[in-house]
Design a protein. Structure first.
Length: 267
């Protein structure tokens, strides 16, 4: 019986497989050792951080392109259109003709144009403020409501940067507790000024309104608007506005002509 001849090709393939297996084993051991090292852990953390910031920036880009850009682009086009109209109006107003009939820039006309622009912007701001406050007033106003007010404080010098603002404290029913107390702001705003002119024929003076609340317990008939939620007051300082008040100390009798004040008598 003859011996089978040795196959050199099979031996070569076996050697190649063994070499590849050894290479993979060594590569795995090297990767494992690298991953467990400080440098490997730092590399993984940096890779994860870079992936996070890449995803975060791409998400912010989606928010800007989807939600912000459509609004800002329209605002930009409106501002550019308004500025172009203002430049055209400026060119028409600030030039005067000289002795030869040629247009010549007039500093006086330019100054008057600037003053007129400031006044116009101020009036537009006031009109926008009134327009924004009117729906809020119509939705939350309370006319001739009975409350018990006991104190007022001038905040003009401390919290409101020069604006005349007063704070009035009281409660909706007696006895006063932490659940039924209410705080009003008496302040001069565009809307309050117009309201006072329409209802009283005079401007709104916060100091005089707050002065009607003496430093004792008063039974008062008030007109106010705004939401009386302590959460809104504490979080966003959305105080209700007090625009009209008529008070009488509780120890001075039961209201006008000795009659006990009841809200239903004033509605």
């Amino acid at each position: 019986m003859t011996e089978k001849p040795h196959n050199d090709a099979d031996a070569l393939l076996d050697g190649i497989d063994k070499t590849l297996s050894d290479f993979k084993t060594k590569a795995y051991e090297a990767k494992k050792s690298y991953d467990q090292s400080d440098l490997g852990r730092a590399h993984r953390e940096l890779s994860m951080l870079g992936r996070f910031w890449s995803q975060f920036v791409r998400s912010c880009g989606w928010i800007y392109l989807t939600l912000i850009a459509p609004v800002t682009w329209r605002l930009y086009r409106f501002v550019r259109w308004a500025f172009a109209r203002y430049r055209a109006l400026w060119a028409r107003c600030v030039y005067a003709k000289d002795a030869y009939g040629d247009p010549e820039f007039s500093k006086a006309r330019g100054g008057m144009m600037i003053l007129a622009t400031i006044v116009t912007c101020y009036l537009v701001y006031g009109a926008a403020t009134v327009a924004a406050t009117l729906p809020w007033y119509l939705a939350t106003v309370r006319h001739d409501e009975q409350l018990y007010l006991s104190n007022s404080q001038n905040l003009s010098s401390s919290q409101t940067e020069g604006l005349e603002v007063h704070e009035v404290y009281g409660c909706e029913t007696l006895p006063c507790t932490e659940q039924n107390t209410v705080t009003f702001r008496v302040r001069s705003t565009w809307f309050n000024e117009i309201w006072s002119v329409l209802h009283h024929g005079s401007l709104f003076y916060p100091g005089y309104v707050a002065a009607a609340v003496s430093p004792v317990l008063n039974r008062c008939i008030i007109t106010s608007y705004g939401i009386r939620k302590k959460f809104l007051v504490r979080t966003w300082e959305l105080y209700p506005d007090l625009v009209q008040v008529e008070c009488m100390p509780t120890d001075a009798g039961g209201g006008k002509d000795g009659k006990v004040i009841d809200n239903k008598d004033y509605r």
